[in-house]
Design a protein around this ligand. Structure first.
Ligand code: G1P
Ligand code: ZN
Length: 543
């Protein structure tokens, strides 16, 4: 077998500080593009020689071909061992778990998360480090620097490697282990949760629908829910991963998981509904007739986690991303738990988890997780909910009602304005930024502004500071709005407006979010001059 060194010049790769490279699939398929990214990553970590990696993806178009390229490159770069999910499949949390369990140097996740898949859709690659979490800024910076100076990549000329059968083989001097994608992950879940209790719940007639959205959690959910826990066949729908996610958008929210939402709101709804995204790190939770916002889900999990064996000792603390509602803060306050507010993006939780400062963390964008891995974990959240439901013997609706009566309700909604011209989005943000100092104390659209700032995060573990993490506006009566531009959109700019209104325990918790949030929304529309900048005030997506 011969190692080829192919000349290649600088290219546009992953931006420093972002977790992963996400591009159109056709870009990844351009000769040498994926190869340069992989080589830049190997170079950035001081070479792959003697190292071990995990590789797996969500099964989207180009997954298998990409893995073949990466395996041949790992071998040519002298890697000692690569663990690959059978058929090239591994969910993001399963990669994180394998890195940790097998103590590899790192791992690659092939996914564009909840973005559609296909030759005309999106693909992505993310490098995770030895704690199982996304590469920290120092490494993404080094990766970026490599993309500016790279002149060649190394690849082994050899036949494709069979990914379909579990077992160990070798290519050149590199060992390749094909593993069942579910086994190790399922073992971890069995340690954290009371599977006997959940089994008894299903045996007692409890009904559930899990929408795998034609994505990677299909095999995981089928094996764990229907296999190990005895839920009836058919509990998991859209369970077979497909290269284009059945032509859908594998994002578990009420808009994209409409089929599940409709069933959960119908007369024949099962007791519990859930969904996960393309790579299995996001989750949506729905009860019969009631949608649980991700912010509320985090708060309910924080308040009840001790009911699951893995968390019986209690929580060290809870962290949420800044735009996530303060519902989990209310729980932390009452239970005396440490509470952290981080910028958007899972990577900011890593230091807090590694330092043992928090046990649970979550984002309003349907990400929830704990210190069991270093990624958010969709199926984990579903299993924790099931454990809590089994212990409490109440419906999701009753648990929410109780929760709000104890802690109050944080009405919440995110409004997304997509494909906005970049200049218009920047002008809108700058307009608010320029007025931040003058807003407090003014009354806008009948609502008093009590404070305004631009969020900066001071990492309590490594002392680093991240600026420009979103504009925050507070209103009288514990209302809040956050404005930020998406870092993951692929077309123009996406403006995200996060609206929140607290209603204390004794207040009315039965309003629709639109009604409860109207005053804050009206104030935001006026403060931003939204109509003038965007030519509209209605968002494309409300979650
Ligand atoms: C979005 C979410 C954010 C999440 C990220 C990656 O980022 O808002 O919470 O961590 O996707 O899944 P954004 O597009 O808002 O920058
Ligand atoms: Zn995802």
């Amino acid at each position: 077998m011969t190692i080829q060194t192919i000349s290649k010049g600088p290219f546009e790769g992953q931006k420093p500080g972002t977790s992963g490279l996400r591009k159109k699939t056709r870009v990844f398929m351009e000769p040498g593009y994926l190869e340069c990214f992989v080589q830049a990553t190997f170079n950035a970590i001081g070479g792959a020689a003697g190292k071990s990696f995990v590789i797996g993806g969500d099964g989207r178009y180009f997954n298998r071909e990409a893995i073949q390229i990466m395996l041949k490159m790992a071998a040519a770069n002298g890697a000692a061992r690569v663990i690959v999910g059978q058929g090239g499949l591994l969910s993001t949390p399963a990669v994180s778990n394998l890195i940790r369990q097998r103590q590899t140097d790192g791992g690659f996740v092939l996914s564009a998360s909840h973005n559609p898949g296909g030759i005309d859709a999106d693909f992505g690659v993310k490098y995770n480090v030895s704690n199982g979490g996304p590469a920290p800024e120092a490494i993404t910076q080094a990766m970026f620097d490599q993309t500016q100076t790279i002149d060649s990549y190394r690849i082994l000329e050899t036949a494709d490697i069979d990914l379909s059968t579990c077992g160990t083989s070798s290519v050149d001097d590199m060992q390749i282990e094909i593993v069942d994608p579910v086994t190790d992950y399922a073992a971890l879940m069995a340690k954290l949760f009371d599977f006997d209790k959940i089994r008894a719940l299903f045996a007692g007639g409890f009904t559930m629908r899990f929408d795998a959205m034609h994505a990677v959690t299909g095999p995981y959910a089928t094996s764990i829910l229907e296999g190990v826990l005895g839920a009836p066949a058919g509990t998991v729908i859209n369970a077979v991963p497909s290269e284009d996610f059945g032509g859908g958008h594998p994002d578990p929210n009420p808009v994209w998981a409409k089929e599940l939402m409709d069933e959960m709101m119908s007369d024949t709804a099962p007791d519990f509904g859930a969904a996960s995204d393309g790579d299995g790190d996001r989750n949506m939770i729905v009860g019969r007739g009631v949608y649980v916002t991700p912010s509320d889900s985090l708060a309910v999990l924080a308040a009840n986690a001790q009911l699951a064996p893995g968390y019986a000792r209690g929580l060290a603390g809870v962290a949420r991303s800044m735009p996530t509602s303060a519902a989990s803060d209310k729980v932390a306050e009452r239970l005396g738990l440490a509470c952290f507010e981080t910028p958007t993006g899972w990577k900011f939780f890593g230091n807090l988890l590694d330092a043992g400062k928090v046990t649970l963390c979550g984002e309003e964008s349907a990400g929830t997780g704990s210190d069991h891995v270093r990624e958010k974990d969709g199926l984990w959240a579903v299993l924790l909910w099931l454990n809590i439901l089994a212990e409490r013997g109440q419906s999701v609706a009753d648990i929410l009602t109780d929760h709000w009566a104890t802690y109050g309700r944080n009405y919440y909604s995110r409004h997304d304005y997509e494909a906005v011209p970049t200049e218009a989005a920047n002008a809108l943000m700058q307009g608010v930024r320029d007025r931040l100092g003058a807003l407090a104390g003014t009354t806008i659209a009948g609502l008093e502004v009590t404070g305004a700032d631009e969020f900066s995060y001071h990492d309590p573990v490594d002392g680093s500071v991240s600026h420009n993490q979103g504009l925050r506006l507070w209103f009288a009566g514990e209302g809040r709005a956050v404005l930020r531009l998406s870092g993951t959109g692929t077309e123009g700019a996406t403006l995200r407006v996060y609206l929140e209104q607290y209603a204390p325990p004794e207040a009315d918790h039965g309003l629709t979010p639109d009604v409860a949030l109207r005053a804050v929304r009206d104030a935001v529309v006026e403060i931003t001059g939204m109509q003038a900048h965007l030519g509209r005030i209605e968002p494309d997506v409300k979650t």
